[in-house]
Design a protein around this ligand. Structure first.
Ligand code: BMA
Length: 375
C-alpha cells in the first residue's frame, strides 16, 4: 500500500500524472477484474465504447444465428459492449424474460470476452415478496417488507445464489472468471419498478443494495464491477439520494431514452437535458474516482435519420463517458440500433467512424483484461 502511495506521489510530482487510479470496490476482485477497471478508466480518455443490448442473440428478422449482429452487419464490427438481462434467472427458468436462453447468453458473453469486448448485465427480477409479480408490478414498501419477512428474504437469498452461480459460470478459455459489469436495481429514480422511488425509501434501497453486494461477495463472486444507475435526475443531490456508498459501487451511470414530443410544435429538449445530466455525472465520477457511463439510451425505431451524429454524439462528445449502450432490437416496433437498410444506418456508419467512438476492434487492441499499462 505504501509503495503505491510513494509511486503515486512521485508520478504526480514529476510527470503531472493523475494518480487517482482506483481499484474495484471489492478488495477480492480477481486480477482480470482489477485490470478491467483500470483499463476502463484509461479508455475514458480515448473515447466512448458503443454498446448494444442482446446484440449477438437476435436482431430484426433473425434469432440465434451464429456470428450475426445487426450492428456488425451495418458497420462491419461488433459493438464494444454487449448488454444482457438476467430477469427470470431467479425463477429457475431456462431463458430470460426476453427469451434468451441462459446457456446461450453465457456462450455469447464468452464470445464477447474472447473477442476483447465487455459484457454488462442488468436484472429485471420479479418481486421476492410475491414472485408472480414482475419488476414492473409496483408493490408498495417491498424492501421494507422483505427485510421483515424471513420467508421472502430466504427466497431472495436463493435468487442471489442462482445469480452467483451464473456469474461464476462465466469463464474464459483458461478457466478464469470473466469480469463483467453488473447493474442491479436500476432506474430507481423512476417509479415503475418495485425498487423505484415512491415505492421504497432511500434507506431501504441502500440497504437492499448493500445486502445484495455483500451476499454476492460472500458467495465469492469476485468478477463483478457494480454499476449504480438511475433514470432521470435533476442534480447531484438527487442522483446521490439512493447511493449506497463508495465501497459498494464501481461505476456510476444513468438511463435515459429519447422520447420526442408527440406534438411537433413542442420543443425537444433531449440533447441539452441529457448533456446536463452527463456533466453532473462526470463531476460525480471525478469526485468519487468512479467510472461513469450512459448505461441505457436510445430512440425507439430510429425515425430520425441523423440521430447518431446529431443527437447522441453531442451528448457524449468530450464527456469522458466509458460507454453508451442502446437497448435491444426486440421487434419491428421496438428496436434501438440500426439494421441494414434502416433509415439511420448511413448516419450510424458516420458516427462509429469518429475516433472517439469505440467498437469491438478498437477495444480488442487495448487488451482490457491485461494489466494496465501507462501510456
Ligand atoms: C424493456 C423492453 C421489454 C423487455 C425489458 C427487459 O425495456 O425492452 O420488452 O422485456 O426491457 O429487457
Amino acid at each position: 500500500m505504501h509503495r503505491v502511495i510513494i509511486v503515486c506521489l512521485f508520478a504526480t510530482l514529476f510527470f503531472q500524472a493523475s494518480c487517482t487510479q482506483t481499484v474495484p470496490s471489492n478488495s477480492k476482485a480477481t486480477a482480470e477484474t482489477e485490470n478491467l477497471y483500470k483499463n476502463l478508466q484509461r479508455l475514458q480518455q480515448k473515447g466512448t465504447m458503443f454498446g448494444h443490448q442482446d446484440d449477438l442473440a437476435y436482431g430484426i428478422g433473425w434469432q440465434y444465428e451464429e456470428g450475426r449482429s445487426d450492428v456488425k452487419e451495418v458497420v462491419g464490427q461488433y459493438p464494444a459492449v454487449v448488454g444482457w438481462d438476467l430477469g427470470h434467472l431467479e425463477l429457475g427458468k431456462t431463458a430470460n424474460l426476453d427469451d434468451v436462453p441462459f446457456d446461450r447468453m453465457r456462450e455469447y458473453a464468452q464470445d464477447v470476452y474472447n473477442m476483447g469486448g465487455l459484457n454488462t448485465f442488468s436484472w429485471h427480477l420479479n418481486n421476492p415478496l410475491d414472485p408472480t409479480k414482475t419488476s414492473w408490478d409496483k408493490v408498495d414498501s417491498t424492501i421494507y417488507r422483505l427485510f421483515n419477512n424471513p420467508v421472502a428474504l430466504q427466497r431472495y437469498d436463493s435468487w442471489l445464489d442462482k445469480l452467483a452461480t451464473f456469474m461464476k459460470s462465466l469463464q474464459g478459455p483458461k478457466g478464469e472468471a470473466i469480469p463483467v459489469v453488473f447493474r442491479p436495481l436500476h432506474e430507481h429514480t423512476g417509479n415503475w419498478f418495485w425498487w423505484g422511488r415512491g415505492n421504497v425509501s432511500a434507506e431501504e434501497y441502500k440497504r437492499l443494495w448493500r445486502y445484495t453486494v455483500d451476499y454476492l461477495r460472500k458467495q465469492k463472486v469476485n468478477n463483478v464491477l457494480y454499476a449504480y444507475s438511475t433514470d432521470r435526475f435533476t442534480s447531484k443531490e438527487d442522483y446521490l439520494e439512493f447511493y449506497p456508498g463508495d465501497k459498494y459501487v464501481d461505476i456510476v451511470g444513468f438511463d435515459i431514452y429519447h422520447r420526442p414530443p408527440q406534438d411537433s410544435t413542442q420543443p425537444d429538449n433531449f440533447v441539452p437535458q441529457t448533456r446536463q445530466m452527463v456533466e453532473t455525472l462526470r463531476t460525480i465520477g471525478q469526485e468519487k474516482n468512479k467510472v461513469w457511463t450512459l448505461s441505457e439510451t436510445g430512440l425507439e425505431t430510429l425515425p430520425q435519420a441523423d440521430w447518431w451524429t446529431n443527437t447522441l454524439y453531442p451528448i457524449i462528445k468530450d464527456a469522458g463517458l466509458s460507454y453508451v449502450l442502446v437497448w435491444r432490437n426486440g421487434r419491428p416496433d421496438h428496436y434501438y440500433a440500426p439494421y441494414v437498410g434502416q433509415k439511420s444506418a448511413e448516419d450510424f456508419k458516420e458516427f462509429v467512424q469518429r475516433p472517439d467512438v469505440l467498437l469491438m476492434d478498437d477495444v480488442a487492441k487495448e487488451n482490457i483484461y491485461q494489466p494496465f499499462k501507462k501510456q
